[in-house]
Write a protein that binds this ligand. Structure first.
Ligand SMILES: NC(=O)c1ccc[n+]([C@@H]2O[C@H](COP(=O)([O-])OP(=O)(O)OC[C@H]3O[C@@H](n4cnc5c(N)ncnc54)[C@H](O)[C@@H]3O)[C@@H](O)[C@H]2O)c1
Length: 322
């Protein structure tokens, strides 16, 4: 079993603890959070409480005392680089939440540390493991409905208010980094380097770019990706994929959430086995650490490429704004 610790035992840290606790290959021996009060909060899903796990308020202290096989970095984004490099250098494999970090330079320090130490690093790009996005990937790769000519992706929500640091773009990157990275990463990973891209957006309450629209031009297709925290409407996580012989529509929370419309207007509701993407990404990384497979689905180099594209997009948006 992998001796595992979590640093950042907040909202998502609790969810990951739940998943880690039920993974047969993981022994969650310790958690670290700067706020001791977090140790008393039970995880939402399965009510995991830290039980016998040791608690720390300093990550360096935890890494020094525990000889971890796996460190899960679920801390605020501005700490991802620091804790990832510390974990790798202490001899642990590292799972780090998305966004990998706030700048491509910081991400490069992380991938360099993984290379230097020979340890595995994976970013939690959960959309790469999200059932409906995997389904779309399969339709594209198999050419089931012909060529995909355009893809529209949306991720629009209210401002995250459960932790103060999200509201400071210097710490969270604003919606353009925190929220948008999900879809930018996925599109970049799946469709590759675009031949051209353009972007528009606006500053928001975080002081950074909280509305972003990215258009990616490929030789035979285009992708249009929108993210915003400036909304009072219910959370919109959706895609529209236009194939030569079908239109595929997905909207999280809708019923049905996934629909395929054929040229004769027939509608198909695909029956796919839905599994939790966060459980799947952790299982995948564990199998990589155990040497059962190469990391072809979420390797750190490709996560870095997503951040590089995002960085150029933000630069372009800021360049056009007063
Ligand atoms: N994959 C997803 O769908 C998804 C969803 C939400 C958040 N996230 C990402 O997960 C990360 C954490 O987000 P969250 O919502 O759990 O935030 P959060 O603020 O709820 O939790 C972060 C925790 O880290 C702790 N912390 C802060 N500084 C620390 C330090 N120096 N040492 C130890 N602990 C420290 C805080 O006390 C807090 O409990 C962020 O990078 C966020 O972008 C990913």
């Amino acid at each position: 079993m992998l001796k595992t610790g979590i640093v950042g035992y907040g909202s998502l840290g609790h969810m990951h603890a739940d998943n880690a606790a039920k993974n047969p290959d993981i022994d969650l021996v310790c958690v670290c959070d700067i706020r001791e009060s977090q140790f008393a909060v039970k995880a939402r899903k399965n009510g995991f409480d830290i039980g016998g796990a040791r608690t720390y308020t300093d990550c360096g202290d935890m890494l020094e005392k525990e000889n971890l096989d796996l460190l899960m970095v679920i801390a605020p984004t501005y700490l991802h680089e620091k804790f990832t490099v510390m974990g790798l250098e202490a001899g642990a494999n590292v799972f780090c939440e998305k966004p990998m970090s706030l700048t491509s330079g910081a991400c490069r320090n992380m991938t360099d540390a993984a290379k230097r130490t020979g340890k595995n690093l994976m970013t939690g790009q959960c959309i790469r493991f999200w059932t409906e996005y995997e389904y779309l990937q399969t339709l594209m790769e198999n050419g089931t409905y012909g060529r995909m000519t355009s893809l529209i992706m949306r991720r629009i929500s209210r401002y995250p208010t459960w932790a103060d640091w999200f509201m400071d773009s210097e710490l969270s990157g604003g919606a353009a980094t925190d929220l948008h990275i999900h879809d930018v990463d996925w599109a970049r990973w799946l469709l590759g380097e675009p031949v051209w891209f353009g972007a528009s957006g606006a500053y928001g309450k975080t002081g950074g770019i909280d509305e972003a629209n990215l258009v990616l031009q490929y030789e035979h297709a285009s992708a249009s990706i929108r993210a915003s925290w400036n909304s009072y409407a219910p959370f919109d996580m959706s895609y529209e994929a236009y194939f030569e012989n079908a239109t595929v529509l997905y909207r999280e929370g809708a019923s049905p959430s996934l629909r395929i419309i054929l040229p004769d207007r027939t509608e198909i509701v695909p029956q796919i086995e839905k599994r939790d993407a966060y459980e799947k990404e952790l299982e995948y990384f564990v199998s990589v650490i155990k040497g059962e497979r190469k990391n072809t689905k979420c390797d750190p180099a490709s996560a870095l490429e997503g951040i590089e594209l995002l960085e150029k997009e933000i630069e372009m948006i800021k360049g056009n704004l007063k």
